[in-house]
Ligand binder design. Structure first.
Ligand SMILES: Nc1ncnc2c1ncn2[C@@H]1O[C@H](COP(=O)(O)OP(=O)(O)OP(=O)(O)O)[C@@H](O)[C@H]1O
Length: 593
């Protein structure tokens, strides 16, 4: 229980004031509900029996205080008072419900944003071990379940518990028999809630896991549509989706039906009590006055207490069902905080040796010193004792067999993977305490270019809002990437949409958009990961030419299988099984290869 609250407070972070206010609103609205139900009864009894006005202390003092002259005047004033109270109740109920909904949805949005930010800034290794469907499920669905299925019921249950307690206390004073009877009935109902504790938790977990797998099945089915269509395995993905949708439906419907069970049971228990009592009463021929008191208990319980207790039981069950969402969100925030702390440790560890110098520019050289790297949980080391020096303006080629470690080395240089040991320095300053500054110097063209379903210009000036795109810079990037002829023949030019993941472009065009993107951002160091692999010979020659033209002005690191791409490089490193086995210029490295 304590653990649950500490996780809850951790996730909602510093919303204590708003939560207290919200709790106050819940109590106020519930209190108004009780007053609303309770006030009509006395009005009817006074209207049918006006003599009661003068027998009741409150009524008679109001009568004399307002200088009323007749019972009918009192009844009119009382009636008018009730009407006003009900309209005030409408206003307060509406305003508080509005605030409550706004708070719930704002909280959901805030947690979703925090999660998105945490995932985006998470170390790359975090994403290597997590499925994106799970992250989408957390940002989109778990935050909704947390805010509306857990946080709100938690607050309403506090208010309902307080109201129920208040009514029970009132009963001890006015009718001890009613108190004992109702406590007995509630005990049985709460035993039912306890019995549902574990199944509800399990159904909550199952529906959450099925939700993530539904997104995954859709991603798989629609993501590889081309291959799916050619192979003709649409039904495979349909079945995957069907299986998960079914699992989701079963757990959700079980949870929804069972969570209302205690509420129906309370009603049934009360009616059983009423009928049994009446039968016993009639068969033993007791004084009819006692029957009225039993009916009184039933009236108090069903009108005042039942709604609060019913809401309380539904809320408790809702909290249990959605507790898994809290666990998932909490777990990710914790894990990401730990991962970021590891990076901080790495940065701090390197800070001392560098006299806290800041990385502001790249003046002379980038040095990789004894880099070792092993992927999390991998048996073999991916990079071992890799050292190299890259001077400003040089072009570096990385070659080697598949699996030699070229991409891993580039990911280390890009700051996406943190080495197990070793350091990368720029003019003697470690990049790790200054990772963002280092990454601001880098442009990257991966093997497979990520394109958004936007225009060519938005894809080239990736991450820059439309109104801030510099047209001259944009056109320069288009020309360097050998895209200008293609763009000129498009009716909408750079405003042409590229489709989801760039489906409206050819493989070669996608690659060139990637190159134009790296050039638009005017970074000092450009990293090409087999960037020319998808180009035809003629375009490849043009692109290689344009990369060559950057030599001297930009520092370039290229991974290549085709040796022609790196012919112009100043130094070529040949990697094998994670180590550098040869380095030198093109002739030196390729001669005896
Ligand atoms: N996420 C990962 N987890 C565990 N091992 C990995 C991971 N990614 C790569 N590896 C392993 O690390 C080694 C180096 O892989 P890397 O991708 O760097 O090779 P590469 O030279 O770029 O290959 P290619 O030319 O085929 O792209 C390989 O043995 C590979 O299996």
């Amino acid at each position: 229980m304590i653990h649950f609250f500490s996780k809850f407070l951790y996730v909602i972070q510093g919303k204590y004031k708003a939560l207290t206010f919200l709790l106050f609103l819940f109590i106020l609205t519930s209190f108004l509900e009780v007053v609303g139900v309770g006030i009509v009864g006395p009005f009817i009894s006074i209207a049918t029996n006006p003599v009661a006005i003068h027998q009741n202390l409150w009524a008679s003092s109001i009568y004399s205080g307002l200088h009323l002259t007749s019972d009918s005047q009192f009844i009119s004033v009382f009636g008018l008072g009730i009407i006003i109270i009900f309209y005030i109740k409408v206003f307060i109920n509406f305003s508080s419900q509005k605030y409550i909904f706004e708070f719930g949805y704002n909280q959901q949005a805030e947690i979703a944003l925090r999660l998105m930010k945490a995932y985006m800034t998470a170390p790359y290794t975090f994403h290597l071990k997590r499925n994106s469907a799970d992250l989408i499920q957390n940002i989109n669905n778990e935050t909704n379940r947390f805010a509306n299925g857990l946080m709100m019921p938690l607050l309403t249950s506090v208010s309902n518990a307080l109201i129920s307690l208040a009514l029970l206390c009132l009963m001890i004073k006015t009718d001890p028999l009613a108190f004992v009877t109702i406590i007995g009935v509630l005990m049985i109902a709460f035993m039912g809630i306890y019995a549902l504790k574990n199944p509800l938790k399990r159904w909550g977990q199952e529906s959450s896991e099925a939700g993530a797998k539904i997104i995954q099945a859709i991603n798989h089915g629609l993501g590889g549509l081309k291959e799916t269509k050619v192979i003709g395995c649409e039904s495979y993905f349909e079945n995957q989706l069907h299986e998960q949708v079914k699992k989701y439906g079963v757990s959700t419907s079980l949870a929804n039906s069972f969570s209302n069970l205690p509420r129906y049971m309370i009603e049934a228990f009360l009616v059983t009590f009423l009928i049994l009592f009446t039968i016993i009463f009639i068969s033993t021929n007791k004084d009819p006055q006692n029957l009225n008191s039993v009916l009184g208990i039933f009236a108090i319980a069903s009108i005042r207490l039942l709604p609060s207790v019913s809401n309380l039981t539904s809320s408790i069950n809702g909290i249990r069902y959605n507790a898994f969402s809290l666990d998932k969100i909490y777990f990710d925030f914790q894990e990401l905080a730990n991962e970021n702390n590891k990076i901080l440790d790495l940065s701090c560890g390197r800070m001392d040796s560098l006299n806290n110098k800041e990385l502001s520019s790249f003046g002379d050289r980038v040095s990789l010193n004894n880099i070792h790297y092993r992927y999390p949980n991998a048996a073999n080391i991916a990079l071992e004792n890799v050292s190299m020096t890259i001077r400003k303006g040089q072009s570096i080629g990385l070659i080697g067999k598949s699996g030699a470690g070229k991409t891993t080395l580039v990911d280390i240089i890009l700051g996406l993977l943190a080495p197990e040991s070793g350091d990368i320095t720029v003019d003697g300053v470690s990049i790790y305490p200054n990772l963002r500054s280092w990454q601001n110097m880098l442009g990257y063209v991966p093997q497979s270019i990520f394109l958004t379903d936007d225009t060519l210009q938005q894809n080239i000036a990736f991450g820059v809002p439309n109104h801030l795109i510099d047209p001259d810079r944009l056109w320069r990037a288009v020309e360097v990437a050998q895209l200008s002829d293609y763009v000129k023949q498009l009716p909408q030019g750079l405003e042409t949409k590229v489709g989801e993941r760039g489906v409206l472009l050819s493989g070669g065009q996608r690659q060139r958009v990637g190159i134009a993107r790296a050039i638009y951002h005017e970074r000092e160091v450009l990293v090409f990961d087999e960037a020319t692999a998808a180009l035809d010979n003629e375009t490849e020659a043009l692109v290689t030419e344009s990369i060559k033209s950057l030599s001297g002005t930009k520092t370039i690191i290229i991974i290549a299988h085709r040796l022609t791409t790196i012919e112009h490089c100043d130094i070529i490193y040949l990697l094998d099984k994670g180590t550098i086995v040869k380095s030198g210029n093109y002739e030196e490295v390729t001669m005896k290869r």
